[in-house]
Structures are given as structure tokens and as C-alpha cells.
Design a protein around this ligand. Structure first.
Ligand code: C2E
Ligand code: MG
Ligand code: MG
Length: 557
């Protein structure tokens, strides 16, 4: 017992009384259990409270004192945001003062002359316990960095507002910092923390005097539940301007998603919508504000439908694999060298659904492996069938989603498929999109290396379309780069585009990697690429993706 008492850092108690005898008596009662500080008037007491504010567990405060009385101390401590957590027990001989002190926020009182020692000890320890418990709750209620609500409490309060004050009609606003991890990486964590704190302050200022509430979670996401604003762009600009004052070089960019109030939508769902709107802003530097609208609602309904229908689609064979030829243009005429397998969904009500509409959806919901496993096994069966039918191996590349890379059974599935169909591993090629490498470089490199050791060939898909990093090319073990020519379309200087392409071709060749150009749409593009030494191409200029029967005609010809 004694040891544990000595080891524990004793709680600190401040005794404030102008009468020495009172200080002595209280000190004697408490000294075995607490560390004690003394002050003999209000002014001294306030100084000590400030100095020891982070350690003080309780203050025992006489009310009638010279210089500054206990009431004044009490009211100043209660008015201070940082000091008010410290509980104050007043020491008094007058019943009337007791009530006033309690009304002013005193936690309890001890009457003079002093009671039995045990009673005083019990009161002090109970008040400390109570206040520590309250602080624990308040800590969980707030995010320590910004002092905004933590997520659970935020939704608890938002739900109450929605349930009991539906006339308030609150909108959901999600605010996010673009590429916050690079803000941290470039300027240091301290700078990043400060940016979050400052943004939290600005949000608090915006909400002050209103019924609105706010929360921070996931590092850089701020949720704001507020009365509908006449101009959300102005609000975003206000927050952005505050961020701009932090540092001219840091280039912190905010984006905002808004979901307008609807009576039938609970706060949680409303914030999902605001968050969906916010994530649609990603990467687009001009429209950094997105308001959830009817189109997005329809999209949400469609998504729900696709998610529900996937299982049936597999069973009823609504999913089809299309093949797009890849050509070797070194021969004249160009020769079919392989194909890419691309999924299509022939939906009974919605018609042909393209992968762009459902691949990202299934990726985020974890069902992508259903689609991919289907495509991989179809492709493997098809290679075997063509070998039998035409006597040649037409290699097929299949797409691996960024999510597949985390599937522990990936190697087993793929090797199982090639073995079951009697194929060389190199005839089932694997395309992994460029952005997947940047997201999880370490894990990705490990996985890809193992697949290559097993004999699979890896193609880096969509090179040039995302945030490619040259450093990545140094590290990532791939066999072939798929240069996506679609970055040439749209705005921008064509001449520059051509310079870039020609240099990328050279660079890839010097790195001794193979190159294939995808998205080749015109004769000029094909000629340009060929002139600069790119020998393998895929794109509408040759063929669009097609069903098996059409593809077989090309193989047979
Ligand atoms: P990707 O892997 O880069 O596939 C090439 C996409 O470009 C295909 O779109 C193809 O139809 C299109 N394309 C080909 N040539 C041209 C051209 O000359 N011009 C233009 N504008 N487009 C061209 P698709 O089939 O709509 O697929 C889109 C994306 O969906 C694919 O991009 C791939 O990332 C993903 N995807 C398709 N099938 C699968 C699959 O089975 N599994 C996974 N995980 N993703 C798939
Ligand atoms: Mg691909
Ligand atoms: Mg591609």
C-alpha cells in the first residue's frame, strides 16, 4: 500500500485562507494524501492557480479575505476557458454565502469551524474523482487538436438536432484538405497540425452565435452541421483565405461538399452525401465546391441497384468479357500480338453498362474480386480454347484492381487458373493501374515482385494519366509500360504533348522496359508513335473492344 502511494504522483491541492490557523488545520488533514500549496489571499491564489493550472486537482477557497475575496476568485476562474475545469470547494461559516458560491459554480462547500477530519477528506476526494470523471468525458467529447466535437459526439448531437429541432433545417458540409499527407510531408507535422488547428478555429468563429456544430476526424476531414448558407462558395473562399495566410509556399487547398437538408435523411446519411460530393471535387482545381444534387442522387440509386444486382449478374451470365486487340506495328501489315480482356455488363433493364460505371463502385465496396475472378477465369479458359481451335497462343492481359493486391489468395488464384487450363504463366498478363503503385508503394512492390518470380508478366496500366512519379519507375518491378495517349486529348499544347511522348518512349527504352501505347485513335498518332520507336499499340484506330465471336474472326484471319 505504502509503496503504491509513494509511486503515485500525488494530486495537488491549493488551500486559500487568510487565517493561518485554518490553513494549518486543513493542511494537516490533507497532507498525508495530497501535495499541498498555500495562498493567503485571492490575488495570490489566482496567480498560483494560473501557474499550476495543468496539475491542480482542487482548490479549497475561503470566501472572506482581504485584497481579493473568494467570490472574485471564483468568478474569474469560472470565466476562464482553461481554468474552469479546476473544481473549487468553498470554506464558509455563513449559510447565505454557501448558496451564492454554489450558484457561482463552486463544486461543494466545507463549513467552518471544520468538521470531522474524515468528512473533509471524503469531500475533497469525491470532488476530485467527480471532476476527473467529467474531464475524461469531455476529452472523449472533443478532438484534442481543434477542440471540435469528436465523431461520435458530433453525430449524437446532430441526431438530436435532427430529431427534436427539425425546423432548424441544417445542411451537411464536409471540408477536406487536398493531399494533406503531402502538406505534412513537405512542411512538417507541426505545420500540418497548426493548419488543422487554425481551420478548426475559423470554423468555430463561423459557427459562433449559431446553432451549428462541427467535428474533425480522419486527420483532415471537417464536418459542419449548419444553417443553410446563401453562398457556399463564399464560405469556402473564407476558409481558403484563412489557410492562405499561414504560408505563401505551403499551398494548402481546400475542397468542400455540401448536402442540403432533407427531412427524410438522417444526419449520418446526409454527411455521406456531402462526403460523396466532396470526393467528386478531388483533383479538379477549378470546381472545388460540389453540392449534392438530383444527378448525384440518381447516381446513388443506380449504384445501390448495381450492388444489389451483381450476384444475379454472375449467375445469369450478364457479365461478358470483351477483347481488344493489341498490335505489333513493326510488321507490315501490323500483326495481332495479344489482347486485353475488358468487362462488360449486359444488364436486363439498364442495357450495356460500361466498367467505368461499376468498377470504382465495386472497388470501394469490396466486391471487385467477384468481377475480377470471373474475368480472369474466363480469359484463361479462352486462351486455352483458342490454342486448341487455332493452334496459336494469343496472350491476354487482364486488369488487376488496386484492391486485388491485398487479396492474400491472389497468387494461388492466378497460378491455379493457368494450371487448370494448361497455360504458360506468361500468357496471362497482368495490368495494374499506375495510381495503385503510388498509393501503396511498399506493399505493391512486394506483391508484384512475387508474381513476377512466379512467371507472370506485369504491365503498368494508364501510365501518364495520373500523378506519375519518375522515382516510381526507378523502383517498381514491371515488364511493360502502357502509355495512355488519352492525356493528349483535351486542352493543352499538342506540340508539347508530342515532345513528351517521344521522350517517354526513349526513356522507357533506355530503362529496358517494353512499351505499349494505348488509346491510339488516329492514323497520325500511330505513325508518330511508330516513327519514334513504339512498336506495340492498342486503340480504336485498330479495333474497339469486341465480343469473343468478333475477336475470333480476327484471330482466324
Ligand atoms: P483500361 O484498363 O485502361 O482499359 C482501356 C480502356 O480504354 C477501355 O475502356 C477501352 O475500351 C478504352 N479504349 C481503348 N482504346 C481506346 C481509344 O482509342 N480511345 C478511347 N477513348 N478509349 C479507348 P473500358 O473498357 O471502358 O474500361 C475502362 C477501365 O475499367 C479500364 O481501363 C480498367 O481500368 C477498368 N476495367 C475494365 N475491365 C476491368 C476488369 O475486368 N477488372 C478491373 N479491375 N478493371 C477493369
Ligand atoms: Mg487495362
Ligand atoms: Mg489503361
Amino acid at each position: 500500500m505504502i509503496i503504491s502511494k509513494q509511486l503515485r504522483k500525488p494530486q495537488l491541492v491549493l488551500i486559500v485562507d487568510d487565517q493561518e490557523i485554518n490553513r494549518d488545520v486543513l493542511g494537516m488533514i490533507l497532507e498525508d494524501d495530497y501535495e499541498i500549496l498555500y495562498a493567503c489571499n485571492g490575488r495570490e491564489a489566482l496567480d498560483m492557480i494560473r501557474e499550476y493550472s495543468d496539475r491542480l486537482s482542487v482548490v479549497l477557497l475561503d470566501l472572506i479575505m482581504p485584497e481579493m475575496d473568494g467570490f472574485e476568485v471564483l468568478s474569474r476562474v469560472r470565466a476562464d476557458e482553461f481554468l474552469r475545469r479546476i473544481p473549487m470547494i468553498v470554506l464558509t461559516a455563513e449559510r447565505s454565502a454557501e448558496l451564492k458560491a454554489l450558484q457561482m459554480g463552486a463544486a461543494d462547500f466545507i463549513t467552518k469551524p471544520f468538521d470531522m477530519h474524515e468528512v473533509i477528506l471524503a469531500r475533497v476526494s469525491r470532488i476530485i474523482e467527480l471532476s476527473e470523471g467529467r474531464q475524461l468525458i469531455s476529452a472523449a467529447e472533443h478532438d484534442p487538436l481543434t477542440n471540435l466535437y469528436s465523431r461520435n459526439f458530433f453525430f449524437e448531437y446532430a441526431n438530436r438536432i435532427h430529431r427534436y429541432h427539425s425546423v432548424w433545417q441544417m445542411d451537411a458540409v464536409v471540408l477536406n484538405i487536398e493531399q494533406f499527407h503531402s502538406v505534412n510531408a513537405l512542411n512538417g507535422r507541426e505545420f500540418g497540425d497548426n493548419a488543422l488547428r487554425v481551420l478548426g478555429e475559423e470554423i468555430k468563429t463561423f459557427l459562433s452565435g449559431t446553432k451549428g456544430i462541427a467535428s474533425r476526424f480522419d486527420a483532415d476531414r471537417f464536418d459542419i452541421y449548419c444553417a443553410p448558407q446563401p453562398d457556399y462558395r463564399a464560405l469556402l473562399d473564407r476558409f481558403q483565405e484563412r489557410m492562405n495566410t499561414l504560408s505563401r509556399n505551403a499551398n494548402i487547398r481546400l475542397r468542400m461538399g455540401v448536402a442540403p437538408w432533407r427531412e427524410d435523411v438522417e444526419p449520418m446519411q446526409l454527411f455521406d452525401r456531402a462526403s460523396a460530393a466532396c470526393s467528386m471535387v478531388r483533383g479538379d482545381y477549378k470546381t472545388r465546391l460540389m453540392v449534392y444534387d438530383e444527378d448525384m442522387r440518381e447516381r446513388e440509386i443506380l449504384n445501390q441497384r448495381l450492388l444489389n444486382d451483381l450476384r444475379r449478374a454472375v449467375e445469369e451470365r450478364e457479365l461478358r468479357v470483351y477483347y481488344q486487340p493489341k498490335y505489333n506495328v513493326q510488321c507490315d501489315p501490323p500483326r495481332l500480338s495479344s489482347a486485353e480482356a475488358l468487362i462488360r455488363w449486359q444488364h436486363p433493364d439498364l442495357g450495356m453498362v460500361s466498367p467505368g460505371a461499376f468498377i470504382p463502385l465495386f472497388e470501394s465496396n469490396g466486391q471487385i474480386n467477384v468481377v475480377d475472378n470471373f474475368v480472369w477465369s474466363e480469359a484463361a479458359r479462352q486462351i486455352a480454347r483458342w490454342k486448341e481451335q487455332f493452334g496459336v497462343t494469343v496472350p491476354v492481359s487482364v486488369n488487376l484492381s488496386r484492391v486485388d493486391v491485398f487479396d492474400p489468395a491472389l497468387e494461388e488464384t492466378l497460378t491455379g487458373l493457368v494450371e487448370a487450363n494448361g497455360l504458360e504463366r506468361s500468357s496471362l498478363k497482368l495490368e495494374v493501374t499506375e495510381s495503385a503503385y503510388t498509393e501503396n508503394a511498399g506493399q505493391m512492390i512486394g506483391r508484384i515482385s512475387r508474381l513476377r518470380e512466379l512467371g507472370f508478366e506485369i504491365e503498368m496500366d494508364d501510365f501518364g494519366s495520373g500523378y506519375s512519379s519518375l522515382n516510381m519507375l526507378k523502383e517498381v518491378p514491371v515488364d511493360r509500360i502502357k502509355l495512355d495517349l488519352r492525356f493528349l486529348s483535351g486542352k493543352g499544347d499538342m506540340q508539347r504533348g508530342h515532345v513528351i511522348v517521344s521522350h517517354v518512349i526513349q526513356m522507357i527504352a533506355s530503362l529496358r522496359m517494353d512499351l505499349i501505347a494505348e488509346g491510339v485513335e488516329t492514323e497520325q498518332q500511330a505513325l508518330f508513335l511508330q516513327e519514334h520507336g513504339c512498336s506495340c499499340m492498342q486503340g480504336f484506330h485498330f479495333y474497339k473492344p469486341m465480343d469473343v465471336e468478333s475477336f475470333e474472326k480476327i484471330v482466324a484471319s
